[in-house]
Design a protein around this ligand. Sequence first.
Ligand SMILES: [Mg+2]
Length: 263
Amino acid sequence: MTYTIQNFPFEKLNAKKLISFDADGTLVLSKTPMDAEMVAIFNKLLHSKYMVNIVSGGKYSIFFDNIISKITDDPNDLKSLTLSPTCGAKFFEFDNQWQESYKEELSEDQKKRIYAAFDYALKMANHQPQKLYGELIEDRGTQITFSAAGSTAPLEIKNKYDPDFSKRLIIKKYLDEKIGDLDVKVAGTTSIDVTKKGINKAYAMKKLMERFNLNMDEILFIGDALLEGGNDEPVSLMGIDSIEIKDVEETKTLINKMLSLTT
Ligand SMILES: [Mg+2]
């Protein structure tokens, strides 16, 4: 359910354990450092009873430059903060220093299924490279990559292989039959990449719930793009109480109000 600061039933705060914030347009103006007033308010929130999370499509280095380097360095307060860059494909927690808790690796089972799907798809598509340079299928942890002429093939060979994508689209069709639950993307000049599907802010919330053993009712999400098609929308669609703020100034008002209601 999506609320505004005007119609949010603040008694719901009693059940909340974790407050998650969008970054751009909510805590900071797009790609700029957190302002001094927000730093002071945000530090108070870190000192309160709530766990706090920031989730963004951006990379960790942007979190660090614009937020982490500005806010408190008190380790006791930072312990209640977690960061979910790239929509939770990575996750950082503070334990004397910022540590990456996980990367979104494919599971061993998914990898086995991907290799089996390639066996099937390459046979069905009758793929036979003239000569193979390096590896045909490479395990990159978060991604498995097929390179039609091998991972180290010279560019002149790669450029000739599939300029109109038609060969790889046929392979992809057979892959999708077997691993439709994963993301299969035709990429580069000779490649097909396979990754996990559906990494968005709802995914980041699911990871938080797993990590801290929370249910949806215990999380409050605050963002500026909860409307249809916005990058915060998946959070409210999954059923987490969400407040849409108009801008960074309104977020300040909201946090101050929450703090005034919290003992
Ligand atoms: Mg935003």
